[in-house]
Design a protein around this ligand. Structure first.
Ligand SMILES: Nc1ncnc2c1ncn2[C@@H]1O[C@H](COP(=O)(O)OP(=O)(O)OP(=O)(O)O)[C@@H](O)[C@H]1O
Ligand SMILES: [Mg+2]
Length: 242
């Protein structure tokens, strides 16, 4: 199976998987084939949506693309680099510098302020405290939360918590943003605001991969893929909204 991509002669795909597969608990009774032979190519600056029903393998694919898990079969090239060839340190650097992750659910630390949640990926050792705070404040301002930096997650609305999670994903200025159901917990109006934010990021040059089960959310993307039983297929806007 081959996925079409935006053709630009020389550009290197930011994400390129070949025959990617994932089997959980192989050989046991609990074995689950979560991904089958997935070929996905995403070019720099694309905004792509991945749709599919619950359990179809969306988060599994996201975790592989985000280098949070390793595939059972196949290959993943991130910016042309085969991630299987990287040692733990190089992989951590790639995750930190290239990929921003917005998790399904918000995954914010409840006892920390919005500012400290956002500053977290900067790493205690690498960036001095005042710079951490300045950058986290700027990231929160960029998502419209400059007035909420000292609030804890439970003092924020769902949409605001989601924006804190997005600010955290962007704090290291990664070129790629992976978002797993970022609007799933939001009302449609707040969801639209988050989508507008993703479009702005795309316009600023980010590559955005958005996972959603909602066809109306997916319709905002430039390109849509559908996951079914671990297989990925390209879909048109028309067939989704028909
Ligand atoms: N750590 C795991 N161990 C075993 N099986 C798993 C694990 N994670 C996911 N699975 C199984 O793999 C399949 C794909 O799961 P995945 O989380 O990728 O689905 P999804 O498309 O993200 O679903 P949802 O829309 O509900 O988030 C499911 O059948 C799930 O039960
Ligand atoms: Mg999921």
């Amino acid at each position: 199976m081959t996925m079409a991509s935006v053709s630009d002669g020389n550009a290197v795909p930011v994400i390129r998987t070949r025959g990617l597969g994932k089997v959980y608990s192989p050989g046991s009774e609990a074995e689950v084939v979560a991904l089958r032979d997935v070929d996905l190519t995403v070019m720099p600056g694309e905004f792509i949506a991945i749709m599919g029903p619950s359990g179809s393998g969306k988060s599994t694919l996201m975790n592989l693309v985000g280098c949070l898990d390793t595939p059972s079969t196949g290959q993943y090239l991130c910016n042309g680099v085969d991630v299987a060839t990287l040692d733990a340190e190089a992989l951590a650097a790639l995750r930190r510098e290239t990929i921003g992750f917005v998790f399904q659910g918000f995954h914010l630390l409840p006892r920390m302020s919005a500012l400290d949640n956002v500053a977290m990926p900067l790493g205690y050792a690498r960036v001095p405290p005042h710079e951490r705070r300045d950058r986290a404040r700027a990231a929160l301002e960029a998502v419209g939360l400059g007035a909420r930096v000292d609030h804890r997650p439970n003092e924020l609305s769902g949409g605001q918590q989601q924006r804190v999670a997005i600010a955290r994903a962007l704090i290291n200025h990664p070129p790629v943003l992976l978002a797993d159901e970022p609007t799933g917990a939001l009302d449609s109006r707040t969801g639209e605001e988050i989508l507008a934010l993703f479009k702005r990021l795309r316009d600023e040059g980010h590559t955005v991969v958005l996972i959603t089960h909602d066809a109306h959310v997916a319709a905002h993307a430039d390109r849509i893929c559908v996951m079914r039983d671990g297989e990925l297929h390209e879909a048109s806007h028309a067939e989704l909204l028909a």
